[in-house]
Write a protein that binds this ligand. Structure first.
Ligand SMILES: Cc1cc2nc3c(=O)[nH]c(=O)nc-3n(C[C@H](O)[C@H](O)[C@H](O)COP(=O)(O)OP(=O)(O)OC[C@H]3O[C@@H](n4cnc5c(N)ncnc54)[C@H](O)[C@@H]3O)c2cc1C
Ligand SMILES: *[C@@H]1O[C@H](CO)[C@@H](O)[C@H](O)[C@H]1NC(C)=O
Ligand SMILES: *[C@@H]1O[C@H](CO)[C@@H](O)[C@H](O)[C@H]1NC(C)=O
Length: 518
């Protein structure tokens, strides 16, 4: 009996000891776990915070996630954007998407193939095709689309990657400590103020950016406005062209955005936007522009939309903003928040995607983004590497938008006339200009060459059939005009970085090689 007692006590003592020991151990493991967790929340924070999931933000999120970075994307509104911008993806933009592994985002959105630009001026017309360029490793065709649908596809693809956390929220400000950006403060969907930290923040909040001002000092300029509406249930005779009408005083465009919807849009001067309320707008579209649109299918479509879709006329500012390098640590600004050009050549998305691709390649070798100084150094080369694409596009946009303004000034009119003639003259002139427009040949020197040719054509035209003093004077003014158009702009772009042919060659080699290295 006594032995049983002793055994029982011994067993109890043993169990108790074991339990105490185990509890202590558990507790110890527990604190260890908490410590590990604390460390994990510290590096459980993302490698990069991206503000804005538009074309630039969503594409970058996917690209960085694929490289193994943990990406936290904060987007103000995750619903499909309904807006009038970014509806043509140039062939060059499609190549960039392919390089990033995102070309499938152009599928299943009823996007339309575009192979050419159709131009119309004073009863004349021509169709200019994207050339079959051996050096361009992709199909010479773009896509016409509804921007919101593309953006949704890009967001979905990014969010489906395990490394991406896509969240609805509005970023209010950047957090800065000792001149280094450490993260952001945002309001989440529950209305709470949240602080998020990451070694790198990329601001992609678009053309109405509020945040870029805390990172970089670049000024935007409103150039004019575009008014646009959609004509539904219709099909153009030539659905695979962007139709550009050299109308007066400013150009208008007509193009499919889905298989049965056509975008009609017209540029209007910033200082005299016809009022919607008192009917001036309808009057302007119907009586000033429509008669200048070629009679037939195009004009019918243009008028049909005015009659049917009045309430849906959207007005968007056309802005230009030159790219200023941002030398603040811990932050990069990208997309429209960083650089904008006149939208007449429809290339904003292409430039944004090219920038995303360059940045991804630059950041790839870094084990982490925590060395802000190292990241800043890499980003400095980004501003040079991007030049061939961005400067070509920005310059073309600038010159083209100026040339298309119809005035009574003979020199300006000479340029406008000569631009139409040059584009429709066929041969290497047409194919050269179309390759540049499509982002298939991002070489600033080629562009400058064509612009000089257009100027000379205009001068020649003004001097013929025989040069009178008045004609001579006007042709000199054309020359001055061309210098003025190009001069300031080239200065803004940085003449040296822009025109060095090595940069363009290296851009082509590294970013326009066959689209299979993703
Ligand atoms: C009239 C017009 C026509 C155009 N046509 C073309 C065209 O045909 N082809 C082309 O390539 N380009 C075109 N562009 C240019 C093109 O639309 C832009 O270059 C492109 O959309 C820029 O993409 P992004 O990602 O920088 O900005 P966006 O696509 O504007 O994305 C910005 C995102 O940031 C979000 N955001 C903003 N602020 C915050 C915040 N504080 N917190 C969280 N999220 C925020 C926004 O909701 C938005 O989703 C056109 C532009 C205009 C004005
Ligand atoms: C374009 O020009 C050709 C003649 O060169 C003409 O047959 C055709 O109808 C024109 N198209 C339009 C839409 O004006
Ligand atoms: C969030 O912060 C802003 C100021 O930055 C403040 O006005 C607002 O009341 C805060 N909201 C909440 C829910 O704390």
């Amino acid at each position: 009996m006594a032995t049983t007692y002793t055994w029982s006590w011994t067993l109890l003592a043993f169990i108790l000891t074991w339990m105490v020991f185990h509890l202590i151990k558990r507790k110890k493991v527990g604190t260890e776990e908490i410590e590990v967790e604390a460390e994990e929340t510290r590096d459980g924070e993302a490698d990069v915070i991206i503000v804005g999931a538009g074309v630039a933000g969503a594409a970058l999120a996917y690209a960085l996630a694929k490289d193994g970075r943990r990406v936290h994307v904060i987007e103000r509104d995750l619903k499909e954007p309904q807006r009038f911008m970014g509806e043509l993806m140039q062939p060059g933009g499609r190549l960039m998407l392919a390089q990033l592994g995102l070309e499938d985002c152009l599928e299943e959105i009823d996007a339309q193939e575009i192979k050419s630009l159709a131009i119309y001026k004073d009863g004349k017309n021509d169709t200019l095709y994207f050339p079959n360029n051996k050096k361009f490793p992709y199909e010479p065709a773009g896509r016409l689309l509804r921007n919101g649908r593309l953006v949704q596809r890009l967001r979905k693809k990014a969010a489906s990657h395990v490394n991406v956390q896509l969240e609805e929220g509005t970023v209010k400000s950047l957090i800065e400590e000792k001149g280094v950006v450490k993260g952001v403060i945002y309001k989440n969907s529950a209305g709470e103020n949240i602080t998020a930290f990451a070694p790198l923040t990329v601001v992609c909040d678009g053309c109405y950016s509020n945040l870029r001002r805390s990172a970089v000092d670049n000024k935007e300029e409103v150039l004019s406005y575009f008014v646009g509406y959609v004509t539904k249930n219709t099909r153009l005779e030539d659905p695979h062209s962007m139709h550009l009408i050299f109308s007066k005083p400013l150009p208008c465009v007509v193009y499919h955005i889905t298989s049965n919807e056509v975008r009609c849009a017209a540029e209007v001067p910033a200082d005299s936007i016809p009022s919607m309320a008192n009917g001036e707008m309808v009057n302007y579209l119907k009586n000033t522009l429509a008669p200048q649109i070629p009679d037939g299918n195009l004009r019918e479509t243009f008028l049909k939309g005015v009659e049917e879709g009045l309430l849906e006329i959207k007005t968007t500012a056309t802005k230009s903003m030159s790219a200023k390098p941002c030398d603040k640590k811990g932050v990069i600004v990208l997309g429209d928040a960083f650089n904008m050009r006149h939208p007449i050549i429809a290339s904003g998305m292409m430039v944004a995607l090219s920038d995303v691709l360059i940045l991804r390649n630059l950041l790839r070798p870094l084990p982490s983004f925590s060395n802000a100084k190292k990241v800043l150094e890499l980003v400095k080369s980004f501003y040079i590497i991007r030049k061939p694409m961005s400067a070509t596009v920005n310059t073309l946009a600038h010159v083209f938008s100026e040339v298309l303004v119809a005035t009574t000034d003979e020199a300006r009119e000479g340029m406008r006339q000569s631009c139409f003639k040059y584009l429709s003259s066929g041969g290497f002139r047409t194919s050269g200009m179309m390759a540049i427009l499509g982002g298939m040949n991002p070489r600033p020197l080629s562009l400058v060459f064509h612009l000089v040719c257009i100027t000379l054509t205009a001068m020649g035209h003004l001097l013929s059939p025989f040069p009178s003093p008045r004609r001579f004077w006007h042709s000199l003014r054309v020359f001055a005009l061309a210098l003025k158009m190009l001069g300031k702009h080239l200065g803004d772009e940085g003449l040296k970085e822009m025109l060095i042919p090595i940069n363009a060659a290296s851009y082509r080699r590294n970013y326009m090689a066959t689209a299979s290295d993703c």
